[in-house]
Design a protein around this ligand. Structure first.
Ligand SMILES: [Cu+2]
Length: 198
């Protein structure tokens, strides 16, 4: 066998191998790969629970990080791994909030502050406070990052929801409580006690 024939056969074998690999890949609409496929991990490198809520530089201000598809939980429709309101941010009324939203996934997501009852809608509507949303929340963003800021207004029950149609109804939201009584901002993750921002 000449060296050329050898190379030719090697390429054929390689193509057949790669082809089989591609054929075995599940279809893109398969919900089982909704969360894990194509994550741009460098977008969230080094992010830990300590980043989810921090005191800001100015008094009465906080910085939040909300990562969509942080874990495969709820097919990636989670913020920091929590869905269905199972994490709660408690922010004193009048405080300034800066949110860093990151979506490492190719599936579009967004973050928008809405009154709690809006999460039952297919489309969650306008932000509850001026500036309290990623750009074009209905379209969403994939494999990218956005920062937005707002002032926590009227005390009450709100949500950080994903504005991509049907995601909020599917549980893509965490709770936001704006409190007239609270003296400090805190975050409650799952069944753990609330932890004050540092
Ligand atoms: Cu979403």
């Amino acid at each position: 066998m000449s060296i050329f024939t050898y190379y030719f056969l090697t390429i054929l074998a390689l193509q057949s191998f790669l082809g089989r690999g591609l054929a075995q890949e599940p279809a893109a609409h398969d919900p089982s790969i909704h969360a894990g496929a194509g994550l741009k991990k460098e977008l969230i490198a080094g992010i830990t629970e300590a980043d989810f809520l921090k005191l800001g530089d100015a008094p009465k201000s906080v910085k939040l990080t909300l990562v969509a598809a942080f874990t495969p939980a709820n097919y990636g429709m989670n913020f920091n791994g929590y869905s269905h309101g199972k994490a709660t941010y408690i922010i004193p009324a009048g405080w300034s909030v800066e949110v860093t939203f990151i979506n490492p996934s190719p599936v579009p997501h967004s973050a928008i502050v809405v009154e709690r009852e809006m999460i039952r809608k297919v489309q969650v509507g306008e932000p509850a406070f001026k500036g309290a949303s990623t750009p074009k929340p209905v379209t969403g963003m994939s494999t990218s990052k956005a920062v937005f800021s707002f002032v926590a207004g009227e005390p009450g029950d709100y949500a950080f929801a994903c504005g991509f149609p049907t995601h909020a109804t599917a549980g893509h939201w965490v709770a936001l409580q704006i409190s007239a009584e609270a003296k400090a901002a805190s975050l409650k993750l799952g069944d753990a006690p609330a932890v004050e921002a540092k």
